[in-house]
Design a protein around this ligand. Structure first.
Ligand SMILES: Cc1ncc(COP(=O)(O)O)c(C=O)c1O
Length: 447
């Protein structure tokens, strides 16, 4: 940690004895901070005062190559100079305007920009939020408000957030849901998880049995579906790309039911998959797109883009900090940088390079059952052996630990037994090579 940063902390907390002990800070945080998702066994405390691009540091100054981009938040890497310079230029601007109570120009410009970036020529409008889950909530509320239908379709696995209606759509891990009453009637379909097809099919034998299963479930559970919520690439569930033909067939089903499609692009959107939106790979026009994470350039920000009008009246839905002008300006700057630096194209190219390298590692390891992904949203699935492909969560944890502690590759898991790669969109070819090399060593290091 930098010296002046230590002084600053002392100014704020005069009794503070500065320590760089990882152990001590982990113990203090475990004492003071409610349990969330952090794994204190694997990850050291991050030095909040330094980092650049895909490089992250711990309190002792050890450098790590970051393959998480803050779980897809830091699309431009740490301290991107364009965004930093831009932030300097707007230092004096107002930050305290609740955009949903009073109009400000930045949110209008950003809404116009998002409308232009999302597929479909239909009339759209935007609801701004402060998180991904809230973006999904607002799409759900919008559909209910405008259709007066209350039943939804979602998949298993699926992750759409942890609060209220978004949690009701989520089915990723039982701990997310146990003992929390659900606020929505959800009919669940099997996510098209081809590597573990529950119908025993392969790419060449697949007749979209999973979709047929969903159709049957609707006959039992109700066809009055307000909307079908889908992640075009299932993120938290294991980075599972939905096959193109599945997404196309889903649109047909939604039209038959006169239902909407909510494409949850909180993780997959904004260029990560090599297209602006994950669903564009299938040329499908969804009714709603939900986005967050990368949108705020590090600030909490999200949006649902939906068919106009999203709500039937004023005050049907609102959020105090939604549309905050300072963040809206930064968000515009993020979108401009993604465009001017051709980062959507970079995600496509670097993603191919990454998967090629991971496939080469798979050839030498019997523990990597599958390598998959689109653009820079990739994963490997860790199995006991390639014959049974049984999941091996313990080995996954051991590899993750090896990556972080021995190879200085900052990386996280996904689903029950996968490891995901979500590097910043501006990652270079050399950095991808380093990541592949380090990951290969980490896999080999677990006997
Ligand atoms: C696809 C998807 N939807 C929604 C969310 C929830 O976002 P947030 O944690 O910002 O509420 C996430 C978070 O990981 C996500 O991946």
């Amino acid at each position: 940690m930098k010296r002046d940063a230590e002084e600053l902390l002392k100014e704020l907390c005069p009794d503070l004895q500065i320590s760089r002990s990882n152990k001590e800070w982990l113990e203090r945080s475990a004492q003071a901070i409610a349990k969330t998702t952090q794994s204190r066994d694997i990850y050291p405390v991050v030095d909040h005062t330094q980092g650049e691009g895909p490089w992250i540091y711990d309190l002792k100054g050890n450098q790590y190559l970051d393959m998480t981009a803050g779980v897809a938040v830091r699309a431009l890497g740490f301290r991107n100079t364009v965004i930093q310079d831009f932030e300097q230029r707007i230092q004096g601007y107002l930050r305290e305007v609740p955009g949903q109570d009073f109009d400000v120009i930045p949110q209008t410009l950003l809404a116009e920009r998002l409308i232009g970036l999302t597929p479909g020529d239909h009339e759209k409008e935007v609801f701004f939020t402060t998180s991904g889950g809230r973006a999904v909530e607002s799409a759900v509320k919008s559909v209910m408000d405008t259709s007066h239908r209350f039943r939804f379709v979602a998949f298993r696995p699926a992750f759409h957030g942890r609060t209220g209606y978004s949690l009701a759509l989520t089915a990723s891990k039982h701990v997310h849901k146990d003992y929390y009453p659900q606020g929505l009637d959800v009919i669940r379909g099997p996510y098209p998880y081809c590597f573990r097809c529950p119908f025993g099919q392969h790419e060449d034998t697949c007749n979209l049995e999973c979709l047929q299963y969903l159709r049957d479930s609707l006959q039992y559970g109700g066809t009055d579906i307000a909307a079908i919520a889908i992640e075009p690439i299932c993120g938290e569930g294991g980075i599972i790309p939905a096959p193109i033909k599945f997404l196309k067939a889903l649109r047909v089903l939604a039209d038959e039911l006169e239902s909407k499609i909510i494409s949850d692009e909180v993780q997959a959107g904004l260029g990560r998959t090599g297209r602006w939106w994950g669903i564009e790979h299938a040329d499908v026009v969804p009714d709603y797109i939900c986005t967050a994470k990368a949108l705020g350039g590090g600030f909490p920000f999200g949006a649902a883009i939906g068919p106009k009008p999203m709500f039937t009246d004023f005050s049907r839905h609102s959020e105090t900090f939604g549309g905050e002008p300072y963040i809206a300006l930064i968000s515009l700057s993020v979108l401009r940088t993604i465009e001017s630096d051709r980062l959507v194209e970079n995600a496509e190219t670097r993603g191919k390079q990454l998967r090629k390298g991971l496939l080469e590692i798979q050839e030498t390891s019997k523990f990597i059952g599958d390598v998959r992904g689109r653009g820079l949203m990739c994963a490997v699935e860790i199995v006991t052996d390639r014959k049974t492909n049984n999941i091996d969560p313990k080995r996954r944890e051991a590899i993750l630990s090896n990556c972080v502690k021995k190879q200085q590759l900052w990386i996280i898991g996904s689903g029950r037994n996968s490891i995901r790669f979500l590097p910043p969109l501006n990652i270079t070819a050399e950095q991808i090579d380093i990541a592949i090399e380090r990951f290969g060593k980490a896999v080999k290091g677990v006997k």
